[in-house]
Design a protein around this ligand. Structure first.
Ligand code: HEM
Length: 248
């Protein structure tokens, strides 16, 4: 069954309620599929496109990034230790079971560097599709109208002339090299830059907070990421996982 057929058949959004101040309650999917929503009604093609954006753009990327970080941290005990210490310190200042908030995320400096380094090394989105709508002059080259252009994001991310030990997972490079943000392109750029990047970073950080404080894990020896062309693991990322005694 196609996404379009599912949307046509579903009653999604009928459960939306409206508060006294006129705000609609319901998740994002319910709102965009709602027949009653006050937002502009989308046609079926727009709804399909939004659903695919959420599922492919929002789900696959973030879950693969989490897998990559689980893998890289296992391979880098020094990074895992620093990562764990950061989350233990944050948890020590909170009540047991108290949910994380924005102010906690702001303290996750090392975690953000781990995430950025995993995006650099992992290259979840290797290239983009662009089409020149008019003749474009770029650095002495003419890109004729109608030509396809594929900017390869993995190029700068893994360029040995830009990154010392470019194939090494090293989260500390993000504090050592002040210019590194200009030498990497994990989330694209310009007007079409990924709109979900901040959401992805927070989701990854909060998930890993609970993972690292609750479990220790070992990645199976013959496990590694491959690009075929999407990033996946040789055996689906097999890990041995066990609960840890919490000291915080
Ligand atoms: C690790 C996580 C993610 C990575 C690495 C990533 C990467 C990217 C990249 C490289 C692009 C192309 C940008 C460009 O054309 O310049 C993109 C576009 C997009 N991303 Fe993400 N993304 C991630 C998470 C998310 C999430 C969580 C969402 C939504 C909840 C999302 C929604 C989108 C959408 C809708 C676009 C298309 C934007 C447009 O064409 O205007 N992404 N993403």
């Amino acid at each position: 069954m196609t996404v379009k057929e599912i949307i046509k058949q579903s009653n999604c959004g009928d459960g939306i309620t409206t508060t006294s101040s006129g705000e609609e309650n319901g998740d994002f999917l319910e709102v965009i599929l709602s027949k009653h929503s006050s937002i502009r009604q989308m046609n079926d093609d727009e709804k399909v496109s939004s659903v695919l954006d959420i599922v492919l753009g929002g789900y696959e990327t973030t879950s693969t990034l989490i897998s990559l970080i689980v893998y890289f941290l296992h391979r880098s005990p020094a990074a895992l230790l620093a990562f764990k210490e950061e989350h233990e310190a944050i948890r020590r200042n909170k009540g047991k079971g108290q949910p994380l908030g924005w102010e906690d995320y702001q303290k996750m400096d090392f975690t953000r560097n781990v995430t950025k380094e995993a995006v650099r090394c992992g290259n979840l989105v290797k290239f983009l599709h662009r089409k020149a709508l008019q003749d474009v002059e770029f650095k002495g080259h003419l890109i004729p109208r109608g030509w396809k252009v594929l900017p390869v994001l993995a190029g700068p991310n893994l360029d040995p002339s830009l990154h010392h030990d470019h194939l090494q997972f090293n989260p500390w490079r993000w504090t050592e090299d002040k210019e590194i943000g200009k030498k990497t392109m994990g989330y694209g750029g310009g007007p079409r830059v990924c709109p979900g990047s901040d959401l992805a970073k927070v989701m990854v950080a909060f998930f890993l907070h609970h993972l690292v404080l609750t479990y220790r894990w070992k990645v199976k020896e013959d496990e590694y990421p491959i690009a075929y062309p999407y990033v996946e693991f040789r055996n689906g990322l097999q890990v041995e996982i066990e609960p840890v005694e919490s000291h915080v």
